[in-house]
Design a protein around this ligand. Sequence first.
Ligand code: ATR
Length: 253
Amino acid sequence: MTDRYAVVGNPIAHSKSPLIHAEFARQTGQDMAYIALLAPLEDFAGTVKKFQAEGGKGLNVTVPFKLEAFGLLGPGDTLSERAHFAQAVNTIKFEEGGRLYADNTDGVGFVRDVTQNLRHSITDKRVLLMGAGGAARGVVLPILMEKPSQLVIANRTMSKAIELAGTTKKYGHVLASDYEQLAGRQFDIVINATSSSLSDALPPLPQSVFAPGALAYDMMYGKGLTPFLLFAQANGAEHLADGLGMLVEQAAE
Ligand code: ATR
């Protein structure tokens, strides 16, 4: 019997997940069908239930449902620690008795792309993470696990950066900042986890933020050189990357 999976989101037609997972299935010899599933904005839960009832084995969850997927879990379901920390779920496995196992592989996907594909160690490096929304929260814990020398979270609305940094105490030291306070500081890895690239905007970064040899990483993919990557290129970042590698690695995980 062919195992049935899907990625659920809204919109979803553009998703590369069916392509990526079909390729993994081919390489690992799995008999699998993986589709893109559009959920109405007001009925994510119903869409998941229906797919489960029809015999689906699991789902990936994408924008804008990752937080709602986290909220789907009830007593008897299992949540991984990293999904618990992220308060967001991108992977659901349907287990015996209709129970859910929920995980978040985004952060590991990011770390693997940086450390293995791009060959940039995070250990002992100064890391700047821009943004304090869901995308940023998903990568904080896996970045801390790599033991950077500093992790600074910068956000336009500083209260949100403070709140996110405050949730990490158990795992390591994280500093919250606004963009002005970054003046005079340099980082080895600068990550754009804001949604600014969606609207071709640029977070208000000081020009001097890139240390010699710095990596600039935009989690957005498929947009070519975003305003952030162009800014990084013009201001001394030596390496530029978009989020395609992260997408492939979260899928692999
Ligand atoms: P996501 O799930 O993609 O993280 P989100 O939770 O809506 O989306 O968060 C969007 C993030 O991008 C926020 O950190 C937001 O900053 P604010 O909290 O100050 O709103 C950030 N953001 C969006 N557009 C931005 C821009 N043009 N410059 C800087 N930050 C931006």
